[in-house]
Design a protein around this ligand. Structure first.
Ligand code: ADP
Ligand code: MG
Ligand code: MG
Length: 208
């Protein structure tokens, strides 16, 4: 993985987040405090401003810089969680020489584990993790089976959408929606939606 590619992925993510403003905004308004889209947009803008600087770093260092920037720009519950993701990925990749599909899958998984530790959350709590955990698991499995990047990207889009949909009928036990009890049932989680959008964006970049 190269920082040039990380910049391309960040740009694609930013475009997709902007395109899904209405969905993301409305979900956090229904069962949160309505700021999730603004938080995501702010994070994407901060990263896009770093594009030139990031090209001067190797991938692990670029990912760590992104994590640190997100920590100081996104705010809310999701800021430190996304920051932990990038820092966790960075840490894993530092020990890898040239990153193949399996290394990237394991780095992604390390990022997801960092979110779980930071937010003290598991699957099934109606959060971003309900997209990220199954994506990490499927990514690792496919990479182990030697699937091609295109096969992996195709399958991960489906897994991300299923993960998002799985949040609809969950009770929220973490984050703001956890105070709503049964009232949160029937609504998708906003952070899960952003993650589905981001997974799709990166997979589409690979499939292009
Ligand atoms: P805030 O809730 O502080 O306004 P955001 O609206 O930016 O922050 O982010 C809310 C999203 O963060 C939720 O939709 C959920 O997906 C995610 N989230 C909240 N708490 C946790 C947690 N402990 N672990 C994982 N994800 C969480
Ligand atoms: Mg919010
Ligand atoms: Mg908030």
């Amino acid at each position: 993985m190269q920082s040039k590619w990380i910049n391309q992925a960040a740009l694609k993510i930013q475009q997709s987040i902007l395109k899904h403003e209405a969905d993301i905004e409305c979900l956090d308004r229904e069962i949160g405090d309505g700021d999730h889209y603004i938080n995501m947009k702010r994070g994407c803008e901060a990263i896009s401003k770093m594009a030139e600087e990031l090209e001067g770093f190797n991938a692990p260092d670029a990912l760590n810089k992104i994590g640190m920037k997100l920590l100081s720009t996104i705010g809310g519950a999701s800021g430190p969680l996304f920051a932990s993701f990038f820092m966790g990925m960075s840490k894993h990749l530092k020990s890898v020489e040239t990153a193949g599909n399996l290394d990237i899958a394991l780095a992604f998984e390390a990022g997801v584990h960092a979110i779980m530790q930071r937010g003290k959350a598991q699957a099934g709590e109606k959060t971003m993790l309900d997209v990220l955990i199954p994506v990490a698991e499927n990514f690792k499995q496919q990479a182990k089976n030697g699937q091609s990047a295109n096969e992996i990207a195709d399958a991960l889009k489906l897994v991300a959408s299923q993960g998002l949909e799985s949040t609809r009928n969950m009770l929220a036990t973490k984050g703001r929606a956890s105070g709503l009890g049964e009232r949160a049932i029937g609504h998708l989680d906003a952070g899960a939606k952003s993650c589905q959008v981001m997974v799709h964006a990166v997979c589409d970049l690979i499939l292009e």
